[in-house]
Ligand binder design. Structure first.
Ligand code: SF4
Ligand code: SF4
Ligand code: SF4
Length: 244
């Protein structure tokens, strides 16, 4: 089994609900070991987040489409980042104590807190910024793919998913087995040309991202011609009120 996430950058609205749900679940999770905050109401609040959302603004260099003269709109792309559960993860090989490991049965990368000495080597080796040191406990923390939810037979089957997936209001997150060609995650990747981030580093990340769809240029003249003028809209509104 190769468990991981698919994240749809076309529908992600950057609301951070996944990050908050992750923190809530893993803050109380024995498996993840907690996700502490430091000075949450102080001058410089910080803390451990297993999932962080990055925001980018994409824009064509030319403000207008060369052929049609239509406006080229900019597009905000939100990129949630958590552990990619890489197949060839240097965060595992650099660990001097063997605390960092990848499970053979499902590919989830975990940290054994009993063996971790908080040396930070694994965080430096991770190009995705997915590891965060718990400064209070001196132990490395990271996404566990909610390993304590997904196998919990006390939960209804539909809830045996990572907290981030369940929380996403845009249904931009999907969880499943990439080794199964018929799974939802494999199908989405095949249909939408999903890709792993930073493939050139050869960590073989398991998580996949679905690219944002093209935003068609807007024909502002056609919109202006079709749009009723303010005076027409006002007249329509007054007529409606008068006819009540
Ligand atoms: S994303 Fe980082 S922490 Fe996760 S497996 Fe890959 S290298 Fe390791
Ligand atoms: S911080 Fe812990 S898990 Fe990371 S390399 Fe050091 S001992 Fe291993
Ligand atoms: S909850 Fe969903 S829509 Fe919101 S930031 Fe996370 S992935 Fe994006």
């Amino acid at each position: 089994m190769k468990l991981g996430l698919v994240i749809d950058m076309d529908t992600c609205v950057g609301c951070h609900a996944c990050a908050v749900a992750c923190k809530e679940w893993n803050g109380a999770s024995l498996m993840a070991g907690g996700a502490p905050d430091y000075q949450p109401y102080g001058e410089a609040p910080s803390g451990v987040w297993f999932n962080r959302i990055r925001h980018f603004e994409m824009r064509d260099e030319a403000p207008r489409d060369a052929a049609t003269g239509h406006l080229n709109l900019s597009k905000t792309v939100n990129v949630p980042m958590s552990c990619m559960h890489c197949e060839d993860a240097d965060c595992v090989t650099v660990c001097p104590t063997g605390a960092s490991y990848k499970r053979a049965e499902d590919g989830i990368v975990l940290v054994d807190p009993e063996r971790c000495m908080g040396c930070n080597y694994c965080a430096w080796a991770c190009p995705y910024g997915a590891r965060e040191l718990d400064r209070e406990q001196g132990v490395m923390r990271k996404c566990t793919l909610c390993v304590d939810r997904i196998y919990d037979e006390a939960l209804p089957v539909a809830e045996r998913q990572p907290a981030c997936v369940l929380a996403c209001p845009a249904h931009a997150r999907h969880f499943g087995d990439f080794d199964d060609p018929g799974s939802k995650v494999s199908t989405l990747v095949a249909e939408r040309d999903g890709a792993g981030l930073l493939p050139e580093l050869d960590y073989k990340p398991v998580n996949r991202y679905l690219p944002p769809r093209e935003t068609p240029p807007i024909d502002t003249r056609a919109v202006a011609a079709a749009e009723p003028t303010f005076r027409q809209r006002l007249a329509k509104m007054v007529n409606r009120v008068v006819s009540i």
